[in-house]
Design a protein around this ligand. Structure first.
Ligand code: ATP
Ligand code: MG
Length: 383
């Protein structure tokens, strides 16, 4: 008799990793495994980890808790609660099914077995053998319960409901980006979308304390707690913006101010991005959402910036962004009141067609380089 071991827990399937070459895939998988273990440990879950070529099995008694954590991990295509049969063959497997099927399929319910077979035995033989012990009605086209079986060299997997994973790529494998976080609805969503494609985010927030309260700072910290469910670690730069804003406010015409603020933010962001080895700066801008986000103004905002500026929300409607923010659970934090450092100091109707020449002239008069240096010097960093 073989020393069969039946483990209860969660079956996990990788996502897009399979599009990659063998070498790249190995690295992605390593990061993915690191991330899964990191988040399970962070939640104090008791588990054992079994990585295989195409699947990971997480043995745990706390499946509910584990499912909640796993659903937030990038790089997974699906996951399901179920069993892993180590060193088992058809016999052990079908015995187990015969003994337990009543827990899986209720009396009048129909079922279907869905088999993925990597073994030499024929499909028909395997299915027949397993189905024999299950005294319930089969319905292949519209079953009430589906039972998924994977017969693999390393053992057998049995699982029930396939749940869709978050998709994307394991965060930490795609380099780093610096994301401008305002405390509003959009920027955390933009950050999430870049993390989804594997980029590790560093955050940068400009606040206007002590001209206004610390509300925006507290909000960004709260948002960070949510974001840390998706990305294992997060560094945040808090930069005081009040002094620069006051200066811009007193020395420039109202209609150019918002563009001046944004340009200053990006100039500062570029320097911090270089220092942190970030490959790009990310913002929550969306085309035409407000007048500072028209095409001509977006161009003016990033004029002179050498590092790529990514705007993952560029084609999204506000409603779509809000839906996503609600799913991520950032929405309720984002809508808490804050005196936005930019709305506070800007007119209601900034120019939708700023003139770059005029703006550059204003920046010269403002001694913008000094402003950049002065602001960066006062950075507070949270890790
Ligand atoms: P959000 O909801 O992210 O605040 P928004 O629609 O309010 O976006 P704006 O206020 O025009 O848009 O800001 C556009 C983008 O500029 C933000 O998404 C963010 O990336 C960046 N940004 C704005 N204010 C700040 C700030 N105080 N600190 C850091 N980044 C900021
Ligand atoms: Mg905003």
């Amino acid at each position: 008799m073989k020393n069969v071991s039946i483990k209860k827990g969660i079956v996990v399937a990788f996502g897009e990793l399979f599009l990659k070459s063998e070498g790249v895939r190995r690295l992605f998988k390593k990061t993915l495994i690191y991330n899964i273990i990191f988040f399970l440990k962070k939640a104090n879950l008791e588990f054992k980890f079994f990585p295989f070529r195409e699947r990971i099995f997480i043995e745990t008694k706390e499946t509910k808790k584990a499912l909640k954590i796993i659903k937030n991990i990038f790089g997974l295509s699906w996951f399901a609660d179920g069993f892993f049969f180590e060193r088992a063959g058809i016999k052990e497997f079908s015995d187990f099914a015969a003994k337990n099927y009543q827990n899986w399929i209720k009396e009048k319910e129909t079922f279907a077995l869905r088999l993925k077979n990597n073994l030499k035995e024929s499909r028909e033989k395997i299915i027949k053998e397993i189905a024999k012990g299950i005294k319930r009605k089969v319905n292949l086209s519209k079953p009430k319960r589906e039972i998924f079986i994977e017969a693999k060299k390393e053992g057998w997997f049995l699982y029930f409901k396939k749940r869709r994973g978050l998709g994307g790529l394991p965060v930490g494998r795609g380099g780093m980006v610096l994301t401008l976080i305002s405390g509003g609805i959009d920027s955390p969503v933009a950050s999430f979308l870049t993390a989804k494609r594997g980029a590790e985010n560093i955050w940068l927030h400009f606040h206007s304390f002590p001209l206004v309260s610390r509300a925006s700072i507290e909000k960004v910290k709260e948002l960070a707690q949510i974001f840390l469910n998706y990305q294992p670690r997060l560094k945040i730069y808090f930069l005081p913006f009040a002094k620069a804003q006051m200066e811009i406010k007193t020395k420039t015409p109202a209609k150019y101010r918002i563009l001046l603020y944004r340009r200053l933010m990006l100039k500062i962001a570029e320097i911090i991005a270089m220092k942190e080895n970030c490959e790009a700066v990310v913002t929550g801008e969306s085309l035409g959402q407000v007048s500072s986000q028209t095409l001509p103004n977006l161009r003016i905002i990033e004029d002179g910036i050498k590092i790529p500026v990514f705007r993952p929300l560029i084609g999204m409607d506000k409603e779509e962004i809000i839906d996503l923010a609600k799913k991520l659970k950032t929405f309720l934090i984002s809508i808490k009141p804050q005196e936005d450092c930019c709305t506070l100091f800007t007119p209601k109707h900034p120019t939708a067609k700023g003139k770059l020449e005029i703006i550059k002239k204003l920046e010269k008069e403002l001694k913008i380089r000094e402003m950049v240096k002065g602001t960066i010097k006062k950075a507070e960093i949270y890790d």
